[in-house]
Structures are given as C-alpha cells and as structure tokens.
Ligand binder design. Structure first.
Ligand code: GEK
Length: 241
C-alpha cells in the first residue's frame, strides 16, 4: 500500500482537495489513517448486505473510490440475481477500481460508472451505500439526491449513509475534532499534514449534524433511520425505505 505523504511538506498555497491521480494512488492508506472506524464500517457493509440484499435487485455504491464498499457488498450477497452499480466522478479512482475489480473473482456482476451520482438513475435498489460521499455534495443538492435514492428503492431496502459530522454543542464539537486529530497523529500524520489537509478540505467537505441528516432522510421518504455506528465525529446511519 502506497503511503499518503501528500501534505507532508510545507506548501506555498493550498488548493481545494481533489480526488485526482495523486490521491487515488494513496487512497487506501489515506482513508484507513484518517477515518476512525472505516475498516469496521466496510466489514459491516458485508453483514448488512447479507441481510438486506433482495433477489433480482441492484445494489449501489455511490462515490465508490476504489470500491471498498462494493467489494464488501459483492462478498455479502447471498440472494439470487443481484448486480452492483458502483459510481464515482473521479476518472483516476474508477480506473484503479476497475483494475482491482478485474482481480476479484465473484459471479456477481459489477458495473462501474465514471459519472456524477446526482445524474445517474437509481432503480430496483435493495442496498444503497453512500460511504463518506454525501459530505462532498453541495448541501443544496443533498435532499434531491436522497429523494432520488429513496424513490428508486424497493420497500424494505436500506441506505447506509456514513459521514463526518459536527455537534451543536461547541465544547463537544471541539473535543471530538481534537480527538480525531489525536487519532491522525497516532497513525503517523504530523501537525503540518493535519493542518494543511484541513485547509484543503475546508470548502470541499461540508459536515452536518446527525439531527440534520435524520430530518433530511425522513423528508426524503425513508420510513425509519438511526445511527448504527459512531467513532468520535464519524458515524454511519441506516435508513430503511
Ligand atoms: C469508500 N465510498 O472507500 N459524484 C460521484 N462521485 C463523487 C461525487 C459526485 N458528485 N463527489 C465526490 N465523489 C468510499 C470512500 S471518498 C471519501 C468515498 C473520502 C467521490 C470522490 O471522487 C471520492 O472518490 C468519493 O466520492 C469520496 O468506502 O475521501 O473521505
């Protein structure tokens, strides 16, 4: 696994974060060392898929990057006639995901799409995954996207929504951001790397409160939703159609 050192040297100016080739090359290392609980969530996506994938339906991995969630879903499917659609708008990510997919042997068909998740059709879905992707969609577009997902889901289908979150209480919010930075330090990131990455993500990754996510999921047409996993300021929700 190639080590993420993108922000290790002091940079003159820090551009907005982009999912380009440089990021795609180190992405596995970056996400494991930056997102507390990432591995646990990926593992549980397999378990949730086993339970929720319905026969003859489509499973979606939206903002798939290198396909971490799609591979988990592929392993978890036991129902007959399922297919997976994995979408990302970064050509560098899709290219590397395709190479990994070619080496993964499973009879479950996977369609990889290089495109914007706001543009693709969702239909006959039983499991939809937004694993740390919604946070990169402009807030004004988030409700429309969730409404489209909900409308394309079979009754009893689930959306797994993982996000970095903020807290309404200032003290708690500062504390959890601090603990997250400790987590990154413990995984080998320097203070310079943490601070430069934070600046790069400032206008790109827009976190919201759990309450905002909950209200929006209800408004989008999901019948119930709640948090099933949380580690510091990172959480994952399950929303049932
Ligand atoms: C994982 N889910 O490993 N359309 C399509 N893709 C998008 C869009 C968009 N509008 N905006 C951002 N992306 C993965 C991790 S990473 C999370 C997801 C992170 C894509 C973007 O190109 C990137 O690959 C992904 O969403 C977010 O389980 O880096 O924190």
């Amino acid at each position: 696994m190639q080590r993420d050192q993108i922000y290790s040297e002091s940079l003159a100016g820090i551009a907005d974060f982009r999912f380009d080739a440089q990021v795609a090359d180190v992405f596995s290392d970056m996400i494991e060392r930056s997102v507390p609980g990432y591995r646990a969530i990926i593992t549980m996506i397999e378990t949730l898929t086993e339970r929720y994938a319905q026969p003859n339906t489509t499973l979606y991995d939206l903002g798939c990057s290198l396909g971490g969630a799609a591979f988990s879903m592929r392993r978890g499917i036991t129902a007959q006639g399922c297919r997976i659609v994995a979408v990302d708008n970064s050509p560098a990510m899709i290219e590397r995901c395709r190479k990994k997919m070619e080496r993964d042997h499973s009879s479950v068909p996977v369609e990889l799409i290089c495109g914007d998740i706001r543009e693709i059709d969702i239909a006959e879905a039983s499991v939809v995954v937004l694993n740390f992707t919604l946070q990169f969609i402009p807030p004004a577009d988030r409700l429309n996207l969730l409404q489209k997902i909900s409308a394309g889901m079979r009754p009893g289908g689930v959306l797994i929504l993982s996000e970095k979150v903020v807290f309404a209480d200032d003290h708690l919010n500062t504390l959890l951001i601090d603990i997250h930075h400790d987590f990154k330090r413990a995984h080998g990131y320097s203070d310079l790397e943490i601070s430069q990455k934070r600046t790069a993500l400032e206008n790109v990754l827009i976190p919201e409160t759990i309450a905002t996510h909950r209200e929006r999921l209800e408004q989008a047409g999901f019948s119930s939703c709640d948090v099933w996993f949380q580690c510091f300021n990172f959480m994952s929700m399950l929303a049932v159609k």
